[in-house]
Design a protein around this ligand. Structure first.
Ligand code: NAD
Length: 296
């Protein structure tokens, strides 16, 4: 069994690295938040004092970090992985990162003799905890086969979707759809409420009709109606995904009209509602705009 390094022990990484430990891998973790690393130490992980130390001793390193800028600094910045890892090793970036940055990092890694592949995930904290994530891999076939046994410990539906970068591209596209559908559901539910329709009845009916989605089946009944807003996926991380879609559409000259509006909506919600919101709190933005709440 290869030794695995895991960088980014947050909402998702905590559970993903726990599954690797439970599968019997030797796992070394690193996070700028010492408390996060210590929680994994208690489960049997080793804790590295730096990214470079982690890179030197592991054959496979997984990153599960907030965004591409941070992935770039951890992989290719001063004291980063590429200056420390041995030739023939592999980095798997499971964060939701920007495709052009990923392609650039893969080139830099190749020059250092390291394989860099992308394997972002869908399924949220619930899927991370259960080990049932969908994993979208961008890689050459041989690198994919090498990573597969490790990925199978964290996910159920694992798909090779194209060459390096393709996983990150598809993940951003998926989350654009998810953001648009979440916001459309929010508008629809507010309108239904205004028209005097009970929202539990509305959701039950829609879930047997053509308007159904992951938002109507899962997010609304679980996090919005009870107003717990604890999906574990922040509004700013979702906004990051939508911004990646509008940026790549601009770079590739594809008109993507609705995505630009969705981006503006989540941007405004982020500004008015603050940095620490869950993405399901998008309803609060619309409630403020309309001076009406689904609780009324
Ligand atoms: P998070 O903010 O909970 O975790 C990120 C972790 O990275 C934190 O523990 C943070 O301390 C650590 N970190 C930040 N900078 C670092 C650095 N320079 N070196 C080492 N550690 C550093 O985020 P999350 O919700 O776990 O998401 C991680 C990634 O997964 C993101 O790219 C996100 O878009 C994606 N994602 C999240 C979800 C979800 O439901 N939360 C679902 C799918 C994909």
């Amino acid at each position: 069994m290869v030794n695995i390094g895991f960088i980014g022990i947050g909402q998702m990484g905590t559970w993903m690295s726990t599954h690797l430990l439970e599968a019997g891998y030797e796992v070394t973790v690193y996070d700028t938040n010492q408390e996060a690393s210590n929680a994994l130490k208690a489960k049997g992980a080793l804790v590295a004092a730096s990214v470079a130390e982690l890179g030197r001793k592991n054959e496979v390193v997984i990153t599960m970090l907030p965004n591409s800028k941070i992935v770039e600094s951890v992989v290719a910045g001063p004291g980063g992985l590429l200056g420390a890892m041995n030739a023939g090793t592999m980095i798997i970036d499971m964060s939701s990162s920007y495709v052009l940055s990923t392609e650039q990092l893969a080139k830099q890694a190749q020059a250092a003799g390291v394989t860099f592949i992308d394997a972002p995930v869908s399924g949220g904290v619930k899927g991370a905890k259960a080990g049932t994530l969908t994993i979208m891999v961008g890689a050459e076939e041989d690198a994919y086969m090498k990573a597969l046994p490790i990925l199978q410990r964290m996910g159920k539906a694992i798909k090779l979707v194209g060459k390096t970068g393709a996983g990150h591209a598809l993940k951003a596209i998926n989350n654009y759809l998810s953001a648009a559908s979440m916001y459309a559901t929010t508008e629809a539910m507010l309108l239904a409420k205004k028209l005097g329709i009970n929202l539990e009845v509305a959701l039950e009916t829609i879930n047997q009709s053509s308007g159904q989605s992951f938002s109507t089946h899962y997010k609304f009944p679980t996090f919005v109606l009870p107003r717990t807003f604890n999906s574990g996926f922040s509004l700013d991380l979702l906004l990051k995904d939508v911004k990646m879609v509008t940026a790549i559409a601009k770079d590739t000259k594809v008109p993507i009209l609705l995505a630009s509006i969705v981006e503006q909506i989540y941007e405004a919600a982020s500004i008015t509602g603050g940095k620490n919101q869950d993405h399901t709190e998008i309803i609060k933005f619309l409630e403020k705009l309309s001076d009406f709440s689904i609780e009324d």
